[in-house]
Write a protein that binds this ligand. Structure first.
Ligand code: CP
Length: 311
């Protein structure tokens, strides 16, 4: 693997998921692979899981890790040809090349601002690093995608499924803030590659980008969609068509034990209890969110391993 900015960068998905599960059983097997190699992690936004699991993954492979909260550094200019006489003292052209001298792999987290759809969809932060850095780039959640999360989700479903074709439902849930579509986008894309029966359920107006959902069925009746589900992946996202808007926070869409049936409950975390999902679900044996979060390490580790093998 050269870089991991999107799911399509994985050369062989089923082998990669199997390798992630093998790494989980023997995390230190490739401790020499990352010797004298450094991962630089750049955060434009907050993180708990991505930051710690990716660092752990790198250290399991013997890498050194450096972390920069980008908001503590010089504010970056991304536009070409700008007269930089305002608030951006450093251009991405220099910054990416300089960081590349300190790093063998650069990982970037930069969420959508949810104000300008065209700008967000251009993925200008991630793509600028890809363009100007001279080392591989890993996406730790960008404007439109969270491929490390999706790989951990696929690994979790592969570990837990007892069926050849499990029924997987992605359900929207209410949330007080406007959240990006990135996690939902990558989950849908990842499930489309797997042998699963995928349905999306959300209130009208919360349709995701049709170029991502493609022919995946959408059912506006949450309870009907969840019938006989094996996995219920719950996530809030703001409107894509009315970009970045919270159309409503219909609390009837909160996931409950009654609606969940016998399905396993999945969520990328962090999750707002009794807003997105009731306590009774999260505190039950049907919730696999802790296992999911653990698999973030092995998803990141298999990605870094494949990148290191290609250096
Ligand atoms: N799921 C996830 O990406 O968690 P963090 O935002 O805490 O990294």
């Amino acid at each position: 693997m050269k870089s991991y900015t999107k799911i399509k960068d994985i050369p062989n998905l089923s082998e990669t998921i199997k390798d992630a599960i093998l790494l989980k059983m023997n995390p230190f097997e490739f401790q020499d692979l990352g010797k004298n190699k450094t991962l630089v992690m750049l955060f434009f936004n907050s993180s708990l899981r991505t930051r710690l699991s990716t660092e752990k993954a790198a250290r399991n492979l013997g890498m050194e890790v450096m972390i920069l909260n980008v908001n503590d550094a010089w504010q970056l200019e991304f536009e070409d040809g700008t007269i930089m006489n305002a608030n951006t003292p450093e251009h991405i052209k220099e910054a990416a090349q300089v960081i590349s001298q300190y790093a063998d792999v650069i990982a970037v987290r930069a969420f959508s601002a949810l104000k300008d759809k065209t700008r967000d969809e251009s993925e200008y932060v991630l793509k600028s690093f890809k363009k100007y850095a001279t080392v591989p780039i890993v996406n730790m959640e960008s404007s439109t995608a969270h491929p490390l999360q999706a790989l951990a989700d696929a690994t979790t479903i592969s570990e837990l499924t007892e069926k050849a074709t499990p029924k997987v439902v992605l359900s929207w849930a209410p949330h007080p803030k406007a959240l990006p579509q990135a996690v939902a986008n990558s989950f849908v894309e990842m499930m489309q590659y797997l042998e699963v029966d995928l349905t999306i359920t959300h209130p009208k107006g919360y349709e995701l980008n049709k170029e991502i959902t493609k022919e995946t069925p959408i059912n506006y009746d949450q309870e009907e969609a969840l019938k006989d589900a094996d996995f219920a992946y719950v996530k809030n996202w703001s409107s894509y068509n009315d970009y970045g808007t919270v159309l409503h926070q219909d609390e009837n869409w909160m996931m409950t034990k009654a609606k969940l049936g016998n399905a396993k409950f999945m969520h990328c975390l962090p999750v707002r209890r009794n807003v997105v999902v009731e306590d009774a679900v999260l505190d039950s044996g049907q919730s696999v969110v802790i296992q999911q979060a653990n698999n973030r390490t092995y998803a990141a580790q298999v990605v870094l391993k494949q990148i290191l093998e290609n250096l």
